[in-house]
Design a protein around this ligand. Structure first.
Ligand code: COA
Length: 143
């Protein structure tokens, strides 16, 4: 398994294939909410097993010191193999190297423990986004 930082316009088919399978097919999210116009400016990661994209996420800079990780997805067939964790660790390392001091996510509530294991802490109360319960979580990057 390898994780690569990819350019959106070069990897669009692989990114969309994973997100479509997870967010549209599995979770029923409206494609208009999923593909929100923010992809072109975001930094994307893809996880590959052999030549097949099996996981993805994107990062957006919200300010000089704050960034948001979004669209974390691993194909159902490849879950439980630490691919999600490795994607998040790669995203965090990338953001740390770019002087980010706080990483924010709007986590689907069911995935709270996945993010807690990476050090994220809940901020505020649960809310709904795309018809799915979410919580905001933040990870401070020290040093
Ligand atoms: N609830 C509780 N714990 C979870 C979890 C969940 N839904 N998903 C993963 N974990 C735990 C694992 O047990 C593992 O724990 P360990 O380190 O003690 O062994 C750790 O988190 C890392 O798991 P990993 O194997 O890296 O996760 P994954 O590759 O299966 O990917 C998701 C996790 C959430 C990305 C994946 O389930 C997914 O794509 N879900 C659908 C889309 C989604 O909900 N994305 C999150 C949007 S906020």
């Amino acid at each position: 398994m390898t994780i690569r930082v990819v350019k959106y316009d070069e990897a669009i088919a692989d990114i969309q294939a994973v997100r479509h399978a997870v967010f549209q097919i599995e979770q029923g999210v409206d494609p208009a909410l999923e593909f929100d116009g923010e992809d072109e400016a975001a930094t994307h990661l893809l996880a590959y097993v052999d030549q097949t994209a099996v996981g993805t996420t994107r990062m957006r800079y919200l300010g000089d010191r704050l960034a948001k990780v979004e669209r974390v997805a691993v194909l159902p067939s490849h879950r439980g193999q630490r691919i999600g964790r490795l994607l998040m660790e790669e995203a965090i390392a990338h953001l740390r190297a770019n002087q980010i001091v706080t990483v924010k996510i709007n986590a689907q509530t069911h995935a709270r423990q996945f993010y807690e294991k990476l050090g994220f802490l809940q901020v505020g109360d649960e809310f709904e986004e795309a018809g799915i319960p979410h919580i905001e979580m933040r990870l401070p990057l020290d040093g």
